[in-house]
Design a binder for this molecule. Structure first.
Ligand code: A2P
Length: 334
């Protein structure tokens, strides 16, 4: 691949910083790189490959001469600025939810639907973090046995809600341990020593009583898998974990797939690692997945309540495979 002119929009954020690190760690071929954020970051610098880069303010003309732009600066910012980048001939890989369900915009997980990438018209959407780690595991099972229904409950880390949320978990935990009121500002309830069945923290609930995060998992899974017939129900929960999302997933199939068969299929699946040795108390854990590129699956078992269903536990780093790494993998395939 020829070295590219790259921009990262939202580079000062939690995901933006991981995007820079992932470009560096994967040795993405770069001719030059610019880092963009809001007015608030004027005068700041970010380090890339040992070099200090000045943060530039994101503007309509930021993308002249840029070939690939990774965006993680919020939905409103992507909606406003990604079209300017595309008009200037740049390909945007956007981590927000702004473009994901646009029929003109491919929604891509490289292990699942790389064939959708060439359909882009300047913008490619990076899916929701919880959806990405689930579909890399569902894909080989769907190919082998045709999935009809998925029931998922998530246990999502606070890092998915940005740097203020990470600070809130740390500070609220200290207060709670000191016997004080843990308090809350970012989350709608105290996050320390608690589970909150509401994601995102604001304007979460939709008309059907699901949250928007839950409906993202429903709609995005169908689009990425290219199969609108898969029925999905989700409950998404914020838990006091800094990094990595965990998911309990029940999968019903047309063809009977045993837990042993699923383990064999998943062991061969790209980007998936089976950790499933309950006799030795080995199963995927959020603290083990943090900082890793793979998606881990374990506790795979035949559902005793259904003749053709499996239960499993899926864990991945929400900032890496759930965000920055998936975006960089898309950029690698362009
Ligand atoms: P800034 O740091 O200047 O506010 P996080 O969700 O981790 O807090 O990160 C959000 C990222 O999106 C940050 O890099 C933030 O920049 C950037 N961002 C938010 N709003 C805008 C905007 N209107 N224009 C450009 N960048 C923005």
């Amino acid at each position: 691949m020829n070295p590219r002119v790259v921009a990262v929009a939202g580079a000062t954020g939690v995901v933006g910083r991981q995007m820079l690190k992932t470009l560096e760690d994967r040795n993405y071929p770069i001719k030059s790189i610019k880092v963009l954020a809001s007015e608030r970051s004027k005068g700041k610098t970010l380090t890339f490959k040992g070099e200090e880069l000045p943060v530039e303010v994101l503007a309509e003309n930021s993308f002249k001469g840029v070939e690939v732009a990774l965006f993680s600066a919020g939905g409103g910012t992507s909606k406003k600025f990604a079209p300017f980048a595309a008009k200037d001939g740049c390909v945007v890989v956007d981590n927000s939810s702004a473009w994901r369900m646009d029929p003109e915009v491919p929604l891509v997980v490289p292990e699942v639907n790389p064939h959708d990438i060439p359909k882009h018209k300047g913008i490619i959407a990076n899916p929701n973090c919880s959806t990405i780690q689930m579909v890399v595991v569902l894909k080989p099972l769907h190919d082998a046995a045709t999935i009809t229904r998925v029931v998922v409950s998530t246990y999502q880390a606070v890092s998915g809600a940005g740097s203020a949320a990470i600070n809130e978990l740390r500070e609220a935990s200290l207060r709670a341990l000191n016997g004080e009121d843990p308090g809350h500002t970012v989350f709608p309830h105290p996050i320390a020593f608690n589970c909150i069945p509401q994601i995102p923290q604001k304007d979460a609930f939709t008309d059907n009583a699901y949250t928007s995060e839950e409906m993202k998992m429903v709609h995005e899974t169908k689009k990425i898998m290219g199969d609108p017939s898969i029925r999905i129900t989700a409950t998404t929960v914020r838990v006091p974990v800094f990094n990595s999302h965990s998911e309990s997933v029940n999968v019903e199939t047309v063809k009977k797939l045993t837990a042993d068969e699923a383990r064999v299929l998943l062991a061969k699946a790209p980007g998936v690692v089976v950790v499933d040795d309950p006799a030795n108390q080995l199963y995927p854990l959020a603290i083990d997945a943090a900082g890793k590129w793979d998606t881990y699956v374990g506790r795979i078992r035949d559902d005793i309540s259904h003749p053709r269903a499996l239960d499993m536990w899926i864990v991945s780093d929400n900032l890496l495979k759930g965000a920055a790494l998936n975006a960089v993998q898309i950029a690698e395939l362009l």
